[in-house]
Design a protein around this ligand. Structure first.
Ligand code: 4AD
Ligand code: MG
Length: 459
């Protein structure tokens, strides 16, 4: 069906003025009066709707086109908008009803809560909130690729099905083709009979394979789905989320912190420059001061604090936390939020975490107690990046694997990287959905993915 994208009309107003066009789309709002009816049409190419003006003398059966979400083809002429000399609208000459939308359509004009909209994931994408969210999600993805590709990184696709648990947290979803059966005497028999003849699962992180590629390509990044069967039903945990994981040879911890900072600033600047309408919408409906916050992130330095000093601040805060603060404790959301929202009020890197809190692959510091790892915490969300220098020493790495009771044979390839031309290297993982929460002010990760995957929810 030949038609013009609404985005093109908005971007080339002058060229379209007084010209005949055909547009297709769905009715987002409509208004009827005695002689004229008005429709706001959206075809998905633009966040903004396009006004269609219907002269009831010209189009007799206009009432048929007014129900929300009716799908229409409109032939008309572009004219200067009635109430905005800089705007553009269409005087309809003929309208075809492509798909009717009866009154039981679950999304009506009244504002719906995000909770209600989660019950209709297949339809909520048609609302302004989700139009803005998924447009932004697409633009941020574009920015991420641009950032790395412009800086000599190679984009690599790491496997989704793996036999190792990168984070060692036992949160792997199993991949199996064998259903319930009592014919196996032992677990070993069961796994041997399965598709890969061994235990397999969905990846929690592409890092280990990313490191393999970094030792050949120098600078790489992955950008793909990762999966965690985390049993935490919070607003910022999801069982399926997209991670961006750069891995950089010859980078030490301070180098990777610099890269992460530059990347976050680049992405946010890209959003500010390219998603003005969407951010203005989130500012208006979800977070007052959002644009000023984002602008200040681009312009100011990020804070950096040692884990040990962060604990001192928490202890001296005079606050009663649900989880007690003692050296060695993991930072819980309440601790992270205190640091970001009440102390720093900007993104902060917490560095040098206790060894026992973190994964086996992190570079061990000389103090024997901490590792060269950092999390980037941001106000309103908490951790959005997990980052570290990797242990490049074969013996120390082997020891860390054994200490954690992990099966050494599962990590033979990974250990080889430390035998054949090992170099200092670092990387991090950025959670795309958490970044979206931060950039939009949306408070729940369930509203950043088309079909959010959380415990007990596979709609
Ligand atoms: O801190 P994490 O666990 O780090 C890693 O997976 C490393 N292998 C990354 C690397 O160094 N290549 O996870 C990285 C980020 C977190 O900071 C968070 O943004 C996101 O992934 N993330 C989640 N996002 C949503 N739901 C979950 N359940 C998440 N778990 C982690
Ligand atoms: Mg982490």
């Amino acid at each position: 069906m030949k038609h013009t994208d609404i985005k093109n009309i908005y971007e080339n107003k002058k060229a379209f003025l007084n010209k005949a066009v055909t547009v297709c789309g769905w009715v987002r709002t409509s208004r009827d009066s005695k002689n004229t009816a008005f429709l706001e049409l959206n075809d998905g190419t633009s966040f903004k709707h396009l006004q269609i003006v219907i002269d009831k003398e010209v189009i007799k059966d206009s009432h048929a086109f007014l129900p929300l979400c009716s799908a229409l083809k409109v032939d008309g002429v572009c004219v200067t908008a009635t109430n905005d000399p800089a705007g553009i609208e269409i005087n309809a000459k003929a309208i075809t009803l492509l798909g009717e939308c009866p009154a039981e359509y679950p999304i009506q004009k009244k504002p719906h809560t995000l909770e209600y909209l989660r019950t209709v994931p297949h339809l909520r994408v048609r609302t302004n909130t989700f139009s803005a969210m998924f447009r932004l999600r697409s633009k941020l993805s574009e920015a991420i690729h641009k950032f790395f590709l412009d800086r000599n990184y190679t984009y690599v696709h790491t496997p989704i099905i793996t036999g190792s648990d990168c984070e060692g947290a036992g949160e792997i979803f199993k991949v199996t083709t064998i259903g319930y059966s009592d014919k196996f005497k032992t677990e070993k028999d069961y796994y041997e009979a399965d598709f890969f003849n061994k235990q397999a699962g969905l990846t929690v992180s592409g890092q280990l394979e990313g490191e393999v590629m970094a030792m050949a390509f120098g600078k790489i990044y992955t950008f793909g789905p990762t999966f965690r069967a985390e049993n935490s039903n919070t607003a910022r945990h999801s069982a399926e989320f997209w991670q961006i994981e750069p891995e950089v040879a010859f980078a030490e911890i301070d180098d990777i912190i610099e890269i992460a900072t530059e990347m976050i600033k680049f992405i946010i600047k890209y959003a500010l420059d390219n998603c003005k309408d969407e951010l203005a919408f989130f500012e208006k409906f979800y977070e007052k001061g959002l644009i000023a916050k984002l602008t200040s992130v681009v312009e100011s330095d990020f804070a950096k604090i040692d884990y040990t000093n962060a604990l001192e601040i928490l202890k001296k805060s005079g606050k009663t936390f649900q989880f007690p603060v003692e050296w060695g404790c993991d930072l819980q959301t309440e601790h992270e939020r205190y640091l970001t929202d009440e102390v720093f009020n900007r993104p902060v890197f917490v560095v040098n975490y206790p060894k026992k809190l973190k994964s086996f692959y992190m570079k061990q510091n000389a103090d024997g107690k901490t590792v060269s790892a950092t999390d980037l915490l941001v106000p309103g969300v908490g951790e959005i990046i997990g980052c570290s220098e990797r242990e490049a020493d074969y013996n120390k790495l082997l020891e860390a694997i054994k200490d954690r009771g992990m099966r050494v044979s599962d990590y033979d390839n990974y250990l080889d990287l430390r035998r054949f031309g090992s170099v200092p290297h670092s990387g991090f993982g950025l959670g795309l959905e958490r970044l979206l929460m931060y950039i939009t002010g949306i408070g729940n990760i369930r509203d950043t993915a088309v079909y959010p995957r959380t415990k007990g929810n596979l709609s």
